[in-house]
Structure formats: structure tokens, C-alpha cells
Design a protein around this ligand. Sequence first.
Ligand code: KMH
Ligand code: ZN
Length: 284
Amino acid sequence: MKLPSGKVIITASLNGAFVTKAINPNVPEQPDEIARASRQCHDAGAAIVHIHARDEQGTPCGTREKFEEILAAVRARCSDVIVQFSTGGGTNLTIEERVSCLDADPEMASLNMGTLMRQSGPNAGEPFVNMSADIEAWAAKMQAMRIKPEMECYSQSMYRDVRNLIAKGLAEPPYYVNLVLGMKHQGAVEATPETLVSMHQSLPEDCYFNTTATGAAQLPLTTMGMVMGGAVRVGMEDNVYYAKGEPVSGNAQLVERTVRIARELMLEPATPDEARTILGVVKK
Ligand code: KMH
Ligand code: ZN
């Protein structure tokens, strides 16, 4: 499904699990940094902020307390933006730690729709596990808590689990699928115009789609995604360079560029409340 004409929903993916300050010192890790970045991105035009939790050393962590602390910090600086916590977490987290974010009762959370195999870094050979039974359990918990899932699909094969949730009534329409392009994991598609078009063409019914692309593909493929009538995700989780050799100065810099391009395409960034109405997100 296309977004209502003239609108684009922009998500800022603030930090992720892998980007450290050694990679880019502007990545927000601590609750107040995350809160400030959320406000800046909201003011630049983002309706949603996608957030991973980090401990005092910047290592990915997953406890209800930390997510509650982050949510409170964001709300203190920005009452309006939609907070989407990651259940993807980090390579060092147990499944229980990953989904502890749900206990903080965010408006949205990511829901990874299949298992991938890590092929690089210290965790090469370890799977990023998202079994169908787990996906169903997390979806059921989100449904009960009225947390809107963003279903992360890294290849068309993951649409099988999207259709499974729909068939079992474990998700509420309109469904929201994030086309995640360019992850290095085995099982993920590369980030090219062809893979974006191919994944878009085979989207399950009644789905709004978001376009996420890693690295240098983020700019061209999110631009394509807007032309195709989708939502887009930009941010330092997925891309730490503004241009070749020029580190991103902050997440808002990427949001500002996306808004400029959107307006050239006659699109206005949806406000958080407009995004709630379009996606069926319950305000909390
Ligand atoms: N790292 C992104 C490409 C999640 O956090 O749950 C995928 C992601 C999934 O953001
Ligand atoms: Zn993430």
C-alpha cells in the first residue's frame, strides 16, 4: 500500500547495536544523548525514532529499567515523537534481554521476521535467531500491549512469517513492513534498486512499507522508496557517513536531507500524530 498522497513517514534510526563512538563520536548512546537526538530528529521532520539501549560503556544492553529510563528521557525532551524500541538488540544479548524493551511499553517495537547468519565480526558463524514460534509469541505480546510492530524483512522469504502472523490474527492491519536492504548477514538481500523493487512487488497484502538501506545505499534507496509511496528510515544505525569521507554530524543531518528531498518530490513529512493515524499506532 502507498502512504496517503503527499505524505512520507520518516524514521530516524539513532544508534543500533554496532556503531560505537570510535566509529562516529556523534552516535547517541546514553539516555540523555538519545533524548536530545530524538528531539533534534523530531524537529527536523522525523515522526518515529528507532532506539537500541546501551549501557554506561556504550555496549548494547536489554533491561526493562534501561528502556524505561530511555523512554522517560525522550519524553522529557520530546513528548510527541513515536518511540520504537528495537527487539533486535545486540549480538551479546539473550532473547529475553532483547525483548525486555516491550516491558517498557513503547508505542512501537521492531519485530524481526526471520533468522539470519552473521558472517563478519567477532560473532561470525553465530545466528541472529528469530524462530517462527518466537515471532508469534512476541507478536502476541505486542498485540496485547497495543505495541505496533514494525516487521523487519531482510528478504522475501521472511514474508512467509508476515503472512503467518496475519493468518493467525497476531497482527492488526494496516501491517507495517520494513524492507531492510544491505545487511551483511547471510540470508539478507543486498541494497540495490532491483532488490528494493523486487521486495516491494511481492509485499503481502495490506502492508505499508518502509525502506531501510545500509551505508551509501541509504540515500538513493530511501529516495526511491519515497517515489514508490513508502515510508523511509535514515540514521546512524544504518549509515555513519553523510557523503564519501564525511562522517554524519548527527542523526538530524540525515533527516534534514530526507525532508529536503521529500519536499522536492512534493511530499510533506508526516507528523507523529499523522503517522499514528496512518499506521494505527496507539498514543501512550
Ligand atoms: N540493524 C538494522 C538493519 C532491529 O533493530 O530490530 C535492523 C534493525 C532491526 O534495526
Ligand atoms: Zn535496529
